[in-house]
Each structure stands twice: as structure tokens, then as C-alpha cells.
Ligand binder design. Structure first.
Ligand SMILES: [Zn+2]
Length: 193
């Protein structure tokens, strides 16, 4: 249920940041209120170091000072990217994934920011799994993430395995879950080519 609520909130924020706003919105930071609603920033030393190691692996040799990792104290399996370059992982996601899968989740979120930087589309808030209508955007972020993983010599299968774990924790029958199944199929088709 909490996960469903998070997704609903994610859509609300997406609407809030979307539309025809360019320029200043590109700098949109995660508001403190939103962070608190997600459970606040984690202070658990057992969780954050694994996320930090994956972060260092994925951001190595990237000259993007705006990128910043933050871990949310939430049991759900979620990740979010804000136009400011802040990337959030939930502690539940870090706990559920192995190191390569954490790197895959980060690579996917960085993919959203990169795709946004390259496109003329309005910047917005992006998550690990979004509504059905944004399958193309999610797949683009997945593909970018795969390239990033390959450059780090991490098997692309880590992206599929990560998505499967997120999928397993979703409420059966919800549209986001079905969209995630489409995404996994697309990724597997890409990987087998
Ligand atoms: Zn995404």
C-alpha cells in the first residue's frame, strides 16, 4: 500500500513539474516536504555505504558536479531523479538489491537526466517505474543505463534483475506493474540482439 501511495505522489509531482516550463524548472530541487513525506534521509550506516560504493562506480569519470546521491528511509523499492541532479534511492531498494543491481538503478536514473538534457522536452521528476504512457522514456533511460553498466564492465542482466525485484514487490494488476513487464520484455529483446 505504501508503494502505491508513493507512486501516486510521484505522479502528482510529475504533473507539478511537467508542462511547458523550461529554464528555471531545470534546476527544480526536491522540496524538503517531499523528502520528509518519503521518510526523510537515511542515517543508517549499514545502508548508505553500499549505495555510496555503487554511486562512485557509476559516476566515476563523469564531469557532472550537479549529480548528488541521497538515500531515503523508506521500505518501498523506489528511486527518483530530480531535474536538479539529485538522485534518491529508498533504503528498501538498497536492502533488496545486490551491488550491481544498485548500480543499475542509479544508471537508469542518471539516464533520465541525460535524456532530458539531450531533448527539448520539459524537464520533470522521474522514477524507477512510471505510468504506462511513459514507456518510451523509461526504455530510453534503461538503454542509457545499459551503456553505462557496459562501460563499467557490469553485466546488463543486472538491470533486468533489478527491475524484476521491483516488479515482484508491486501490487498485482496495477498499471505501473504492467508497464514494468513491457519494459523488462523490451530490455530482454535488446539484450538478446
Ligand atoms: Zn525511470
Amino acid at each position: 500500500m505504501r508503494h502505491a501511495l508513493l507512486l501516486i505522489l510521484g505522479l502528482a509531482v510529475l504533473v507539478g513539474l511537467g508542462g511547458c516550463h523550461l529554464g528555471a524548472k531545470r534546476l527544480a530541487r526536491a522540496p524538503e516536504r517531499w523528502i520528509q513525506e518519503q521518510g526523510g534521509i537515511v542515517a543508517d550506516v549499514d545502508v548508505a555505504p553500499r549505495a555510496r560504493v555503487a554511486w562512485q562506480a557509476v559516476t566515476r569519470e563523469r564531469r557532472e558536479p550537479r549529480l548528488r546521491l541521497r538515500v531515503l528511509a523508506a521500505p518501498s523499492l523506489s528511486a527518483f531523479a530530480w531535474p536538479s541532479g539529485e538522485i534518491f534511492l529508498t533504503s528498501g531498494l538498497v536492502d533488496a538489491l545486490d551491488d550491481d543491481e544498485i548500480t543499475a538503478a542509479l544508471a537508469h536514473e542518471i539516464g533520465h537526466l541525460e535524456a532530458e538534457a539531450l531533448s527539448s522536452a520539459a524537464p520533470g521528476f522521474a522514477g524507477l517505474a512510471s505510468r504506462a504512457g511513459s514507456l518510451a522514456a523509461e526504455h530510453r533511460a534503461d538503454l542509457f543505463g545499459l551503456d553505462l553498466l557496459e562501460a563499467r564492465r557490469i553485466p546488463g542482466q543486472a538491470m533486468v534483475d533489478m527491475l524484476r525485484k521491483v516488479h515482484a514487490r508491486m501490487v498485482p494488476g496495477c498499471a505501473t506493474r504492467a508497464a514494468l513487464e513491457d519494459r523488462i520484455r523490451l530490455l530482454e529483446a535488446t539484450a538478446s540482439r
